[in-house]
Unconditional design. Structure first.
Length: 425
């Protein structure tokens, strides 16, 4: 008999073991893994197309494109697709990492080496560059291009030379940029772009990326020509397309309802659902009905449990678990999203109730970074960026921590003669 598993909460302390999909399954859920069908993000794609058109037509580039959102929403996938699109139009695509620009010297070296690696190489190249290592990306025949260590000219000058050919610079995990390196990158891009460099910078990162960029360059947002683009969940049409298109299958109305209930349009869960349905359906996989979803549910929920385990473990390891618990409890009690005052009060309560602005700010920032707190518009309330994770946190803390805390409260009550209720009701 298979163990009973909740669809919306973490089951047990042990991490669930995920089955290996059958051979030929095109769905490969994972960080940055390319999905078999790219669904949704039409508005973001239109903006990027406009950026490429400016580079092609010789117009002034539109300035940095900033993508931010909780993990699992496809930021890395979108950036890889952007690189492919640029290459398909004969442009260069340069992938860099935060450590490649973690100081002014490193940024200068990274850009200079990129110029050297690109010299004499036809347009349409894509480089994955490690500036510290001192070697470059693929050459014309696919071999690595060795480059010498160059003097470090001004980053603006290197950006200008790089921008002689239309080039898209893509930097994922941009929230990990150092303050000095990030500020220099943004200023070098703006200066070179103002002098005619054909460069399009794309930055992607966690929900706290906008705050990180503000700390790097105080006037960055005042000069930004296009607003940062939040990446959240997919709508129903895009969600079902992500699952069904790779199978060339139709989806019944009831099956679509069930898929949306289980995944909430969260891209990572949609890839798990696609993998599970592929394994559950015999060829030719022409229709996805409720029976097919039911057969796929066990594998899907097992993988979902494993994902929840990792997210709860992250919160616990980073000292954010109790803050997340109090925020989740508050949201459950109100039955809706939370405003800033409610979030601050919940976080303060998690730390014992004493006011400490720096501590509370750090906890809220940590919850945003992890995607536990998320909103894509200032006027919206805070919600959980990962579907139903809040319920998992409540269950986990109630099971793993409440008995010990309740016992401590009882002891304190006996000693103090108070009747203060336990914190985990």
């Amino acid at each position: 008999m298979s163990r009973k598993r909740s669809e919306t909460t973490l089951a047990g302390v042990e991490k669930a073991k995920v089955r290996i999909s059958s051979s030929g399954n095109p769905f490969r859920p994972g960080a940055g893994s390319k999905p078999p069908h790219f669904a949704g993000r039409e508005d973001d794609w239109r903006v990027f197309d406009s950026c490429l058109s400016c580079l092609q037509d010789g117009g002034v580039p539109l300035g940095p494109m900033v993508l931010f959102g909780p993990r699992g929403n496809g930021k890395t996938v979108l950036m890889h697709r952007m690189a492919e699109q640029a290459q398909g139009l004969g442009m260069n695509a340069l992938h860099i990492d935060p450590q490649d620009v973690d100081s002014p010297e490193q940024l200068q070296l990274t850009l200079a080496n990129a110029v050297e690696a690109g010299a004499g190489v036809p347009a349409g190249r894509s480089w994955q560059w490690g500036g510290k290592a001192g070697f470059g990306g693929a050459g014309v025949d696919g071999r690595k291009v060795e480059t010498r260590t160059l003097p470090t000219p001004k980053a603006r000058d290197s950006m200008l030379r790089l921008g002689e050919t239309p080039t898209v610079i893509l930097l994922d995990e941009a929230h990990r940029l150092s303050q000095a390196g990030g500020a220099l990158l943004l200023c070098a891009e703006q200066s070179a772009r103002g002098e005619g460099a054909k460069v399009q910078l794309v930055l992607a990162g966690t929900p706290d990326l906008p705050d990180a960029l503000r700390r790097m360059e105080a006037t960055f947002w005042d000069r930004l020509e296009q607003r940062p683009r939040p990446l959240g969940r997919l709508d129903r049409s895009a969600s079902l397309a992500a699952v069904a298109k790779p199978m060339e299958a139709s989806v019944t109305l009831a099956a679509g309802d069930e898929i949306m209930r289980l995944t909430s349009g969260y891209p990572y869960f949609l890839q798990i659902m696609g993998r599970s349905l592929w394994d559950a359906l015999p060829p030719p996989r022409a229709e996805i009905d409720s029976a097919a979803v039911a057969r796929a549910a066990d594998e899907f929920l097992e993988a979902k449990d494993a994902y929840y385990f990792d997210r709860v473990a992250d919160l616990e390891a980073k000292g954010l678990l109790m803050a997340a618990y109090e925020v989740a409890r508050t949201a459950r009690a109100t039955g809706e999203g939370l405003r800033n005052a409610a979030v601050q009060e919940a976080v303060r309560r998690s730390a014992g109730g004493a006011a400490d602005a720096d501590r509370d700010h750090a906890l809220v920032r940590g919850l945003r970074h992890e995607g536990f707190l998320w909103r894509d518009k200032l006027q919206q309330p805070w919600t959980c960026g990962i579907p139903t994770l809040a319920g998992c946190v409540i269950e986990y803390v109630n099971r793993e921590y409440a008995p010990a805390v309740a016992a401590a409260k009882k002891t304190a009550k006996r000693q103090a003669g108070t009747s203060e209720p336990p914190p985990f009701g």
